[in-house]
Design a protein around this ligand. Structure first.
Ligand SMILES: [Zn+2]
Length: 234
């Protein structure tokens, strides 16, 4: 194969490595951010259970005080019932007592529901308490792995760029600038010919160009996409 084309092929391969490495370097910090968010969410969830529990316990105490108030009132009604004189008064007091008793029953149901919620939250809290440290550690390890990966990729990128600097010194300036121009426009500057098709644009190469390629003519480009054609004899 023509040595110019060979150098360009090496350059294209290097450029693809560089581009892949840069993509990873762009992507990994976002993955780290996601992991940090996961860790924060975990801590937040744990704290939220704690504050929810506090709130429910306060609510339960409030409801218990309400019951106490109704019970006090029932005692007072009881006293009044002993001293009552008219039938009307008696009936009114009994009605009031029944209402207070009903209110107590309702509040007791509410307290039961609150207690069920508290129990469920306590179970969740206990479960999370056991696993949270381990979970946090696991996420932290993943973050550190990713940070290490970034370091390695940065180093690799430096090396690839050094290699590129060395390589392009071997390529003639006009050829290099043509390469850069096509690469900028098309993403890649070289395309292998498969049968009579350019694998850059997947269009058929005119027979005249194809036979020149087969004969070994150098640095021909695809008339459709402009890429350098790489012919590999079978
Ligand atoms: Zn093409």
């Amino acid at each position: 194969m023509d040595s110019d084309i060979q150098l360009l092929l090496q350059l294209q391969e290097l450029d693809q490595h560089i581009s892949n490495t840069e993509k990873l370097l762009d992507q990994i910090p976002r993955e780290i951010e996601k992991l940090k968010k996961q860790k924060e969410d975990l801590i937040y969830r744990f704290e939220k259970i704690h504050t929810d529990l506090k709130r429910l316990e306060a609510l339960k105490r409030e409801k218990e005080l309400d019951i106490q108030t109704y019970e006090d009132r029932i005692l007072k009604i009881q006293d009044a019932l002993d001293k009552v004189r008219t039938n009307e008064e008696y009936k009114a007091l009994l009605r009031e007592k029944a209402q207070a008793e009903e209110a107590i029953m309702e509040i007791e149901d509410e307290i039961l529901a609150i207690m069920e919620d508290i129990e469920a939250l306590q179970k969740e809290e206990e479960k999370l308490k056991e696993s949270i440290e381990e979970e946090k550690e696991k996420i932290q390890e993943k973050i550190e792995d990713k940070e290490k990966e970034i370091e390695q990729l940065r180093q690799k990128l430096e090396e690839l760029k050094d290699k590129r600097e060395t390589l392009i010194k071997q390529i003639k300036a006009p050829l290099l600038s043509k390469y850069e121009m096509i690469k900028k426009k098309r993403g890649t500057a070289l395309a292998v010919v498969d049968s009579d098709t350019c694998t850059g644009c997947y269009l058929i190469i005119p027979p005249k160009i194809y036979s020149s390629l087969v004969k070994g003519e150098k640095l021909l480009t695809c008339p459709h996409c402009g890429r350098f054609l790489v012919y590999e004899p079978k």
